[in-house]
Ligand binder design. Structure first.
Ligand code: PMP
Length: 433
């Protein structure tokens, strides 16, 4: 039996392969890790996404994070419609940039100043340059399995699609480009202390996903995050939280709010764009003021602060700032968690569930496994995940096509979605490949 997308999806995939490498504009969308033909989507509304063959799915990918309120939230769509009517791009400063920057600053106390760019990759890449420019040092510490976009210096031991494809280091990235990237295992305090003891004076910054979500979802030990803060303080380095995934999702102040840790710089994307292409980075004013045009660190973008992206972000953050959203999302997440627990338990499945707020992941490992690092995540049975993924797809539920990604619950998911999910999970866990 063929797996994956239907007839029209297959036709489009064949056409796409002729004009685009692998038929994909971002590798993680390919079904390489789960097999079969990818599903081409046609539209999305609320918690549901529809493919080009007319099938509808309860969507737990949510565009990989931005669809926090569900797809095509009316307030976000209306804001973009109004903005589009006023011009698609100015290439000049404008009022919406100021408004969104002020909203971010209000919601995330560590952010005194913010700059917009067009993607998470740009945000982390620019932060690395800024940290080096500010400190006058060269080295950046990153962690195995963390993904910070695809800039050369950070495409080392990376998570997400790089990990899914089994190529955490990319061809075309020179040794010179990564010479100053120090890669450490996550949640290994001894290795961290050793690295700082040896290289402390050369380390510009630690760059970390405070809640790593690109190797599956790893729940951090709060003391470890605290140690990151302490060690950079001891060595006059900077702490950069990559909150592209967690920002405005785990709470109004993201992971830093949840764990009560103040980074020097933070990166954002996904949720702040409401589905439009956007990235941002911000933090301490004295560091941010090192950016051009005031400071010596160059950073720029033709479409940065795009009016439609700003409008979408303002509309989405406005809903989130109204209050109650995160609390209600937690209630929904608990309902979903119970369903998964019940189904995993009654199927006797070898699955460990992890969740933080509206982010969750099923690792195909013995229930209750301790999964705090990439090495532990990689003990998962990826074939069993692939089988499960296709079972869900048949049952009308869209999950990430990789064991090493995180699922997202949106504010639009409701009890009907959860019932479909329960039935699909039940069938998928019992299906033998
Ligand atoms: N940082 C993190 C933590 C991410 O999860 C991602 C993308 N998933 C990025 C950076 C890169 O963002 P983008 O894909 O928008 O370039």
């Amino acid at each position: 039996m063929s797996i994956g997308g239907g007839k029209r999806s297959r036709e489009l995939f064949e056409q796409a392969k002729a004009v685009t490498p692998g038929g994909m504009h971002s590798p993680v969308r390919a079904f390489r890790a789960v097999g079969g033909a990818p599903v081409f989507m046609a539209s999305a509304q609320g918690s549901r996404i529809r493919d080009v063959d007319g099938n509808e799915y309860v969507d737990y990918v949510g565009s990989w994070g931005p669809a926090m309120l569900g797809h095509a939230h009316p307030e976000v769509v209306e804001a973009v419609r109004v903005a589009a009517g006023q011009g698609l791009s100015f290439g000049t400063p404008h009022a919406r940039e100021v408004e969104l920057a002020e909203m971010i600053r209000q919601m995330v106390p560590s952010v005194e100043k913010v700059r917009f760019c067009n993607s998470g990759t740009e945000a982390t890449m620019s932060c690395v340059r800024l940290a080096r420019g500010f400190t006058g040092r060269t080295k950046i510490v990153k962690f195995t399995g963390c993904y910070h976009g695809h800039s050369d210096a950070l495409l080392v031991a990376a998570g997400s699609g790089a990990l899914t494809l089994g190529r955490p280091d990319s061809a075309g990235v020179t040794e010179g480009a990564t010479r100053d990237t120090v890669v450490l295992p996550f949640q290994d305090s001894a290795e961290l202390k050793k690295a700082f003891a040896n290289l402390g004076k050369e380390i510009a910054a630690i760059l970390v996903e405070p809640v790593p979500a690109n190797a599956g979802l790893l729940i951090p030990d709060p003391q470890y995050l605290q140690l990151l803060r302490e060690i950079v303080d001891q060595h006059q380095s900077l702490l950069i939280f990559d909150e592209v995934m967690t920002g405005f999702r785990l709470g109004p102040a993201g992971a830093q709010g949840l764990y009560g840790i103040r980074p020097d710089l933070s990166t954002f994307g996904k949720v702040i764009g409401g589905g439009m292409p956007v990235g941002a980075f911000g933090g301490r004013a004295e560091v941010m003021d090192f950016l051009a045009p005031d400071g010596p660190v160059y950073q720029a973008g033709t479409l940065s602060g795009n009016p439609m992206a700003m409008a979408a972000g303002i509309a989405q953050l406005r809903v989130l700032a109204r209050g109650g959203v995160y609390e209600k999302l937690e209630v929904k997440a608990k309902v979903l968690e119970k369903i998964f627990h019940e189904e995993i338990c009654s199927a006797g499945a070898e699955v460990t569930w992890t969740r933080l707020g509206s982010m969750f992941c099923l690792f195909f490992q013995r229930p209750g496994s301790r999964i705090q690092s990439l090495a532990e995540a990689q003990r998962s049975d990826t074939k069993a995940y692939a089988n499960f993924f296709h079972g869900l797809l048949r049952g009308g539920v869209y999950f990430p096509p990789s064991q090493y990604e995180t699922c997202f619950l949106s504010f639009a998911h409701d009890d009907r979605d959860f019932e479909i999910t329960r039935q699909a999970v039940r069938a998928a866990l019992r299906h033998k490949a």
